[in-house]
Design a protein around this ligand. Structure first.
Ligand SMILES: Cc1ncc(COP(=O)(O)O)c(C=O)c1O
Length: 459
């Protein structure tokens, strides 16, 4: 592939050396494709195939992927949808279904927002399947960051970002204080954007709402201010912005006056070279943590290309690079769970899935309300709760001069049999505990918070 189109777009300037270099070698695919059409006997596929009767007692005359007798008993899915490799970018049917799901998740109305839906449908890439959202983060970060380049992140973030970005890729995290007076700290973010944008030829940012570890979701006006900040700073710096949107907890927003849909959609609407990369997956959205199926989708800008033909070529070039990334790391993702997700969409439909998931969402929402109510009752000047209205967690800050988070977590565990995750990073001004209320039964919450209150008193 010659990558002619992508080279003329701002996204190319934002790619890392690896991102510029990577492609899917076409050797095997070229010969396999030709052989499919031209050969009488195929010796190209690197997976064992045979007549079922030759390896299974009582097997059929069908030519199928070889499998171990008994495997069929574990699932009613067809063996041909479980045993073979999935394609490198993921099973096409699932990629198409997920694109429809992404459009549905925008919340755009089919009657009044038809233009927005068409725009989205036309300008986002077809999702590439990744090994969970984690792998999507690694993939996106590797595609856009060279070692020693910086990505902007709030100080309160999922700890695995540090492992992926700093340790694995060797890039740097430019951290900003997430909150100022219980709102997103736009001044801090602006300073970071200007600092990085002044010497780096791109600005890369990662956002995660609802956030891990705080449960923060921007209010509508905060989200608008965030978008306006991106617009203004991009127009001033005139460099591409890559905004990686980690949507792991996308559906779990429990308040209506908040941004109830991913910020990806607002970013995608922007005319500026503000390029959103959406990472989502079945892990939390469809409650299949061990399935390891995630999706990476890029928002492209119509101004980059003169016509639809070039837009499609651009998408193909990007897909080729993303497939090259998959091929060189995980090769491809779990076929069984891809098929299971396809069947789920086919059997339940989008409404059916949402209806079933709402039962879990409602459960979590009730826990969210109770735990916030109970924590508010604790009148202790040494604690504050970060703004939270979604996701699986909330974060309780502890007075850093008096209570060390790890010591307090130890005290809670030893003396009160309460388990939480302490986060103590003085260099980033964090000292507190993350409470995963997603895993606490509602009736245990008052007892849980009572023990925290007691533990604060005798610490
Ligand atoms: C913010 C955030 N992003 C990504 C992930 C990982 O998702 P996955 O399990 O799909 O890799 C998690 C899981 O804890 C998370 O909290």
């Amino acid at each position: 592939m010659d990558f002619k189109i992508i080279q003329s777009t701002p996204i190319f300037n934002a790619l890392s050396s690896l991102g510029k270099e990577i492609s899917l070698p076409d050797g095997i695919f070229y010969w396999a494709g030709r052989a499919k059409k031209e050969a009488e006997i195929l010796g190209t596929i690197g997976a064992a195939f045979g007549f079922e009767k030759d390896f299974i007692d009582g097997g059929s005359e069908n030519w199928v992927p070889c499998y171990l007798d008994g495997i069929k008993e574990y699932s009613s899915l067809n063996i041909s949808n479980i045993v073979p490799y999935a394609s490198i970018g993921g099973v096409n049917e699932l990629r198409d279904l997920w694109k429809t799901w992404i459009i549905e998740k925008s919340g755009y109305s089919k009657s009044s927002d038809k233009d927005k839906i068409d725009f989205l449908n036309k300008n986002i890439s077809k999702p590439i399947i990744t090994n969970g959202v984690t792998n999507g983060i690694f993939l996106a970060a590797s595609l856009f960051l060279n070692p020693n380049e910086s990505i902007i992140c709030p100080n309160k973030r999922w700890g695995n970002y540090d492992l992926i970005i700093e340790k694995r890729i060797g890039a740097k995290i430019e951290s900003f204080q997430f909150f100022e007076n219980n709102r997103i700290n736009l001044e801090g973010l602006k300073d970071s954007i200007e600092k990085i944008g002044n010497f780096q030829d791109k600005v890369v940012i990662i956002l995660n709402f609802p956030n891990n570890p705080t449960g923060y979701v921007p209010k509508i006006d905060e989200a608008d201010a965030l978008i306006s900040l991106f617009k203004k700073t991009q127009e001033k710096l005139r460099k591409p912005f890559i905004i990686i949107v980690d949507d792991a907890y996308e559906p779990y927003v429990y308040e209506n006056n908040m941004l109830t849909h991913s910020i990806f959609y607002k970013l995608q609407q922007l005319k500026q070279d503000i390029i959103p990369v959406k990472l989502d997956g079945i892990t939390k959205e469809l409650l299949m943590y061990g399935g390891r199926i995630g999706f990476l989708t890029i928002g492209l800008k119509p101004s980059w290309v003169p016509n639809d033909e070039e837009l499609n070529k651009l998408k193909n070039e990007l897909h080729n690079k993303l497939k090259g990334m998959n091929r060189s790391t995980i090769s491809n993702c779990n076929h069984f769970y891809q098929q299971l997700t396809i069947e789920l969409f086919k059997d339940e439909g989008i409404e059916g899935i949402i209806e079933k998931r709402d039962k879990v969402k409602n459960l979590l929402e009730r826990r969210y309300r109770i735990i916030n109510e109970e924590l508010k009752k604790i009148k202790d000047p040494d604690i504050t709760i970060d703004p939270n209205s979604g996701g699986f967690f909330l974060f309780l800050n502890l007075n850093k001069d008096k209570i060390k988070a790890t010591e307090f977590a130890d005290h809670l565990l030893r003396n009160y049999k309460i388990g939480v995750i302490p986060i103590q990073k003085p260099q980033e001004d964090i000292n507190g505990i993350r409470i995963a209320y997603c895993s606490i039964d509602i009736k245990d919450i008052p007892e849980f918070t009572k023990r925290i209150e007691q533990a604060l008193k005798d610490f």
